[in-house]
Write a protein that binds this ligand. Structure first.
Ligand code: ADE
Length: 224
């Protein structure tokens, strides 16, 4: 898989994509993540990529040209399955969307900034608009980082125990069951007996019941 992230502040993501699971997945050849500075694609001699909105409202808007030139340059090299725009008014990002995107070959993520991007880019170049939640961030970089992290950890081999991605919270539209490690008793706080019983079927049922309990209490909306 290949993820190309386009941003006006790519440096913000440089450290993030080269650490931990993302770094390991890239080293293993499971994914390539490339950052692109939108300013490299403007023809403006001051490297400006934004301009005032028609109609006189407040804020600055990213122009069509640098975005089009950047996306066209990428598309000239390879095909892309999705060209995603991060925006608070997009489709809600969740584990289903992460699963779906983790199965794609190549994707572009365009980070919004300022007031947003020219609507014509959304109509002609973007295939999917995604929000990471009902709040407004300063730019789409954090959204792109969140999405990239959630997607890459789902690629088989990127986390050491594949099973652990499958048992993630939300993977079955449920919160995860509680987890414990050694020692079996600490300061009188005990690990539930069933987990020490060695009875696989009983343990799986206990985990399911606890997960269901938590989901009903904290996120009943997931069960609808
Ligand atoms: N850009 C600004 N806010 C955002 C959000 N909530 N999700 C995705 N991109 C954004």
């Amino acid at each position: 898989m290949r993820i190309d992230i386009i941003s006006v502040i790519p440096d913000m993501m440089e450290g993030f994509i080269n650490e931990s699971i993302l770094a390991r997945a890239q080293k293993k050849g499971l994914v390539e993540i490339h950052l692109h500075n939108l300013r490299d694609y403007t023809l403006d001699k001051w490297r400006r990529v934004d301009d005032y909105p028609y109609g006189g409202s407040a804020g600055m808007i990213i122009q069509c040209e640098p975005i089009d030139r950047c996306i066209s340059a990428l598309k000239a090299e390879r095909d892309y399955d999705e060209v995603i725009y991060t925006s608070p008014d997009g489709e809600q990002f969740d584990q289903h969307v992460a699963n779906d995107l983790s199965l794609k070959g190549n994707i572009i993520i365009l980070c919004g900034h300022y007031k947003g991007i020219d609507q014509r880019v959304r109509e002609h170049l973007i295939t999917r608009e995604i929000s990471i939640g009902d709040y407004v961030l300063t730019g789409g970089e954090l959204a792109a980082a969140v999405m990239t992290d959630a997607i890459v950890r789902l690629i088989p081999g990127s986390i050491s125990d594949e099973q652990s991605a499958l048992s993630d919270c939300f993977q079955d539209d449920m919160l995860a069951a509680p987890i414990y490690t050694r020692p079996s008793e600490y300061k009188g706080w005990k690990v539930p007996d069933v987990l020490l019983s060695g009875n696989e079927a009983k343990i799986r049922k206990w985990e399911f019941d606890r997960a269901m309990e938590r989901t009903k209490k904290i996120r009943p909306d997931l069960l609808k």
